[in-house]
Design a protein around this ligand. Sequence first.
Ligand code: NAP
Ligand code: MG
Length: 493
Amino acid sequence: MNATYDDWLQAAASLTPHGEHHIGGADEAGSGARFTVTAPRDGTVLAEVADAGQVEVDLAVSAARRAFDSGPWPRMSPAERGQALLRLADLIEENRSELALTISLEMGKPISDAYNIELRAAVATFRWYGSLADKLADESPHASPDVLALVTREPSGVVGAVVPWNFPLTMAAWKIAPALVSGCTAVLKPSEESPLSALALGRLATAAGLPPGVLNVVCGDGPGTGRALGLHPDVDVLAFTGSTAVGRHFLRYAADSNLKRVWLELGGKSPNIILPDTPDLDQAAQTAAWGIFFNQGEMCTAPSRLLVHSSIADSVIATVVERARALTVGDPLDPATEMGALVSEGHRERVLGYVETGTAEGARLLTGGTRMDGRGYYLAPTVFDRVDPASRLAREEIFGPVLSVISFDDLDEAVELANATEYGLAAGLWTADLSTAHRVSRRLRAGTVWVNCYEEGDLTVPFGGMKQSGHGRDKSAHAIDKYTDLKTTWIQL
Ligand code: NAP
Ligand code: MG
C-alpha cells in the first residue's frame, strides 16, 4: 500500500457507495425505505441504504431458493464452482483499495489494517475455498461384502448468513465461501453499521459470474432484517457471528420456525497467561498490548484478561501501559494510525460505562478511560489492574480497547482464573517450557490456544468457540460440515 493520507482523503471524497439490495443477481431498491450509514471517523453521513423488511427478505430467500432448486449452481462440477470463487477472489483483489476504504469509513478501523489485514484475509478465504472445491471426496465404508455403502455430502440448501461489523468482509467470507463451494446458495445480512462493503461483495459476486440468486445481500437492522431471516421457513442453515445475546435469539428463531440448523460464532473474554519463564517478556507484553488495542479492541478474540504472574507483573504492566500511551490513535484514513474510531457513539458510551463500572468495583485505572479529541468516536487505550476476577470488568465482554490485568501466584490458579468465564473462544499462553505449553493448553477450555504468540493462524486451521462462545467451526475444510448433510446410500449387491 503506497497511498498517502492525502490520497485516502481524496479517494474518500469521491467515493460513491452504492446502497441497493443485491437480489437475484441485480440491484433491487425494494420498498424505498432507507437507513443512514455514518462514518465513525467524523460522524458524517456516508450513504442512505435500502432497508429490508419482510418483503425484501422474502424476495432474497426466494431468489436463493430458486437458484438452489432449479439453477445451475448445485449441479455444476465442484471445479466449476471453485473457478467462480477464484474469479471472485481476483475481483476483490482488483478492488482492494476501494473496499478497504469503504470498510475503514463505515466502521472506523485504520486503513492500513483494512488494506493489509482484512482485505488480504477476505481474498485468501475465497481463494482457499475456491481451490478446495475439487479436492473433497465422499466415503465408501467397508460395511459388508454384499453391500456397497456410500456416504455422500449434499449441500444443505439456502444459507442465511448474519455477520457483525468488526470484520465486515472477512466474517462474510468465512461463511459465504464454504457455503457456496459446498453448492449452497446464500442470503447475507451484514450489520446495519457496515452494509456498504457487503453490498459491494454482492455486486462483485455477480460480476465474477456467479449465477443469479447464488449470493444475495439484504441490509437492515438486527431486530428487523436479521430476525426475518432467522425466522424464515425457507432458510435451511443460519450461520451467525455476533454476540452471545443475539446468538440466543437465533436458537429461538429456529425453534419457532423450521428448526433450521444454526451455527454460532459468539463473544469472548479471552485470558492471556504470562508465566515467569516466558522467553521474551518484552515481546509478551508488547503482544498483550497490541492484542487488546488492535481493531480498537473490537475483536471477539481480544486478549481482554491479562493474567500475569505476580513476580513479573510490575515490569509487564509497565510495558503494556507505555505501549498504550504511545499508540497513535486518530483518523483511520491516516496510514500512520494504529487505532481508529469505535464503531458508533452508542458503542463508545457503552465502553465508557465499563470504565465507570470498573472504577466503582475497585479496579485501578492505570491509563486511558476517556474520550479523545476529534469529531469521531475516539477513545484512549485503557488499562486497569488489580481487577477482581468476580467483577463485571473481569467477566463481561466489553468489545473495546479496555484491558483488565489480574495477577496470580501459581499455575493452577492461573488455569482456574482463565477458565472462570462463560466464554471459551481463545486463550494465550507464554512459557519456555514445552511440557507446560502442552499441559496447560489441554486444560484451557477455548477453541484456540495461542502459545508464545496471539491472533495467529490461517485458512488451514479451524476457528470457533467452546461454551457460550458458540459451536461449529469457520475456516479450514471443517467449515464444509456446516453447509452439507451426510447421506447414506446402502446398496445391496
Ligand atoms: P451483534 O449485536 O450480536 O450483531 C451481530 C449481527 O446480528 C448483526 O448483523 C446484527 O444486526 C444482527 N442482530 C442484532 N440483533 C439481532 C436480532 N435481535 N435478531 C437478529 N439479528 C440481530 O454483534 P455486533 O455488535 O455486531 O458484534 C460484536 C459481537 O460479535 C461481539 O460479541 C463479538 O465477540 C462477536 N464476534 C464474534 C466473532 C467470532 O467469530 N466468534 C467474530 C467477530 C465478532 P445489526 O448490527 O444491523 O443490528
Ligand atoms: Mg457507521
